[in-house]
Design a protein. Structure first.
Length: 118
């Protein structure tokens, strides 16, 4: 599975960004897709995940209600719509192919930087 993330940038607090993760590879459709993030000096943490069928999602408590994960099966792409961004959302965001919504990651995309200014 190969993953290509894009869409990061600099935004003011309260603003929005949409991240994209394009998946490729013969087995890409067999994995759930997830977003993780890593802030400077902190460990990488889970943000959101979606089954490839799109039937189930799972979110980190602090982003639920602000972030929405979705997927376009025809484009083999997963999105993370981030609204009402806060400075504490600043991090490098990574997409991953995971075993189910909460299982281990089997592949990682390169990170994309999200910076939220106060």
């Amino acid at each position: 599975v190969q993953l290509q993330a894009s869409g990061g940038g600099l935004v003011q607090a309260g603003g929005s960004l949409r991240l994209s993760c394009a998946a490729s590879g013969r087995t890409s459709h067999t994995y759930a897709k997830a977003w993780f993030r890593q802030a400077p000096g902190k460990e990488r943490e889970f943000v959101a995940a979606i089954t490839w069928s799109g039937g189930s999602t799972h979110y980190k408590d602090s982003v639920e209600g602000r972030f929405t994960i979705s997927r376009d099966a025809a484009k083999n792409t997963v999105y993370l719509q981030m609204n009402n961004l806060k400075p504490e959302d600043t991090a490098v965001y990574y997409c991953a192919a995971t075993v189910g919504l909460t299982g281990p990651a089997r592949a990682w995309g390169q990170g994309t930087q999200v910076t939220v200014s106060s």
